[in-house]
Design a protein around this ligand. Structure first.
Ligand SMILES: Cc1cc2nc3c(=O)[nH]c(=O)nc-3n(C[C@H](O)[C@H](O)[C@H](O)COP(=O)(O)O)c2cc1C
Length: 173
């Protein structure tokens, strides 16, 4: 039913989820670049990508090339209903066609360069400044904590929901 897992990863967290899922489901995983040589257009895929400023990186491009059955969005925010709903709205996810999962990734300032590093340093400065004059919201505190401590939240346990979804779908066919 699913031909491959296709992923886009900048600092490696999404790639690790793709590899975990690949061995658990027995489906090959390819970076977007590799996928072009290995699977045909319109293939049914699970698409894993990272969240950048609320947007799912390369979603439009991948949607136009493949038939996305499920999306795994990897970000540094803590999983919550609000975060998931925001990502679904911001990225115009059609839930009747695309199943949506949020996977907690990680963050390490040392892995960033160029514009991505500039953006995250600016965010860290801005949140630190706000925190000096007033209390941060829970999301802001979690974000600042992540920016300060280089967390890695990639765990096998986090792919449980995608795994169960895949097993249910496979039984339908
Ligand atoms: C420039 C930039 C913007 C980001 N914006 C968000 C965001 O809006 N929401 C979020 O949850 N994580 C955000 N992140 C965190 C990444 O999604 C997170 O580090 C993810 O694990 C990266 O995946 P990767 O290691 O596969 O590249 C951002 C990271 C960078 C570098």
């Amino acid at each position: 039913m699913i031909d491959a897992i296709v992923y886009v990863s900048y600092a490696g967290h999404t790639k690790r989820y793709a590899q975990m899922l690949s061995s658990k489901l027995g489906i090959p995983s390819y970076s977007l670049k590799e996928s072009k040589k290995n699977i045909s257009k319109k293939s049914d895929i699970i698409f894993l990508t990272w969240v950048r400023a609320g947007k799912l990186v390369k979603l439009k491009k991948v949607r136009s090339r493949y038939n996305i059955k499920a999306i795994g969005a990897v970000g540094m925010s803590n999983p919550s209903k609000v975060n998931t709903a925001n990502l679904q709205n911001n990225n115009k996810i059609n839930l009747t066609k695309e199943k949506f999962f949020y996977l907690p990734g990680g963050f390490n300032m040392d892995n960033l360069k160029g514009i991505n590093l500039t953006l995250m340093l600016a965010m860290k400065r801005s949140l630190t400044k706000i925190s000096e004059s007033r209390k941060l919201s829970l999301e802001q505190r979690q974000m600042l904590d992540m920016l300060n401590t280089n967390k890695d939240n990639v765990k096998e346990n986090n792919i449980r929901e995608i795994y169960s979804w895949y097993m249910r779908e496979s039984k339908k066919k």
